[in-house]
Design a binder for this molecule. Structure first.
Ligand code: FCB
Length: 402
């Protein structure tokens, strides 16, 4: 009897590909006492507390040692604005020094830095002024960015001005489940415009000092498709959502980006009735999010066609406490990314979310996205088996698929 032979394909990635993972300050550092999320956690508006988070603020050397051991050559993290400027106009030199040390720690290990300037959290003083709905918000942000450019710019390899602005607008100003807990379409519109201005101003500031800098945002890009390919209404819905969610913001800043930064997690099959998303959910994460690796292929193809710029995948990951899905998750996403590259998309890097399991915003510590498992009592770190699988890919710059 003949058994089918399983074919393994070797998929090579482009030379100098960045292989890394991502974090954000509020989710890993711990004790970010000067920002609006922290405040909302203390007043109970957010049900969970970030507390010490992963204590990454004190343990970054150890964490970067692990990243290095896992063969990662790049790392995305965010600078916490509320540490740098805890009171309006007062910049904390000690905290600037802290981030300088972080950047130096990465350099020492030969790990490229991808620095997010704003990953959703705002200093309390800024939030009290109405946050991004305040017409001067981009002016305040600009001042902070100037300080970062001056003090840390020499050590930053890639810049991400804003993380997923549409999520902040949607959750903070329309759904009202993230700070500033508003449900106000007019404020949402103002925040949208001010975040655009904030990016544009930052872009100019960074480029004035560093003309060669690589600057962009991290855009949460979902794959929307009609549930029934023949249904004109569903085709329309998919196009509409794709435009609003994926492109509206990007289109406004497309002249001010040096690369496209993509975060990918979601697939939505748009259905007219029952209104309005119906996924097949054949495999889902611990959060019930559908795992749909092929979506990233469609997204990359479209982004390439539209913008013709280098693309970096700045986030992609899965909540999986038992580490049963992560290996396949990474393998399958990389398969489709590789296919998009072969067909012309200029993808230059992949950042798994997240280096370590952390504080997942309104959901607390329950969802475990990390390559590294954290015991939040003892703060012990332990790479999960999938971390070693990913490490092999990072080392070889190729994927054994099949
Ligand atoms: C993204 C966020 C990131 C993390 C992942 C799971 O939307 O940018 O901070 O929470 O989702």
């Amino acid at each position: 009897m003949l058994y089918p032979v399983k074919m393994t394909k070797i998929l090579e990635f482009p030379k100098n590909f960045l292989w890394g993972s991502a974090t954000s300050a509020h989710q890993v550092e711990g004790n970010n006492i000067h920002n609006d999320w922290w405040e909302a956690e203390q007043t109970g508006k957010i049900k969970h507390k970030s507390d010490r988070a992963c204590d990454h603020y004190n343990r970054y050397e150890q964490d970067f040692d692990l990243a290095k051991k896992l063969n990662q050559n790049a790392h995305r993290f965010s600078i916490e604005w509320s540490r740098i400027e805890p009171k309006q106009g007062e910049f904390d030199q000690k905290e600037i020094e802290h981030y300088r040390n972080i950047l130096l720690a990465l350099k020492k290990r030969n790990i490229k830095s991808v620095v997010t300037l704003w990953h959703w959290t705002n200093p309390v003083w800024f939030a009290e002024k109405g946050g991004w709905a305040n017409k001067k918000s981009s002016v305040y942000f600009e001042r902070y960015v100037k300080v970062i450019v001056k003090e840390l710019g020499d050590l930053i390899d890639f810049w991400v001005t804003l993380n997923e602005p549409m999520v902040h607008i949607c959750n903070g100003y329309l759904r009202g489940n993230f700070p500033p807990f508003q449900k106000n379409i007019f404020k949402a519109r103002k925040a949208f415009n001010n975040l655009i201005k904030a990016h544009q101003k930052s872009y100019r500031i960074i480029h004035t000092k560093y003309p060669e800098a690589k600057v962009s945002i991290a855009q949460l890009t979902n794959y929307f498709e009609p549930a029934r390919k023949w249904c004109p209404l569903e085709i329309f819905l998919a196009k509409l959502f794709r435009y609003i969610w994926n492109y509206w913001f990007l289109e406004k800043i497309k002249k001010e980006v040096d690369y496209i930064g993509v975060d990918y997690y979601f697939h939505h099959r748009m259905i007219f009735y029952p209104w309005f998303i119906k996924n097949l959910n054949e495999t889902t994460s611990d959060l019930g999010w559908e795992i749909y690796p092929k979506g990233i292929y469609y997204i990359l193809k479209e982004l390439h066609q539209k913008y013709q710029k280098p693309i970096y995948i700045l986030e992609n990951g899965v909540a999986d406490i038992e580490d049963k899905l992560r290996k396949n998750f990474i393998e399958n996403h990389l398969f489709w990314i590789h296919k998009a590259i072969q067909e012309g998309a200029d993808v230059r890097g992949y950042f798994y979310w997240s280096l370590m399991s952390n504080f997942e915003w309104g959901r607390g510590f329950k969802p475990r996205f990390g390559l590294i498992k954290i015991n939040h009592q003892t703060m012990e770190r332990k790479p999960r088996p999938s971390a070693f699988y990913y490490a092999q890919i990072c080392k070889e710059n190729r994927l054994w698929f099949g």
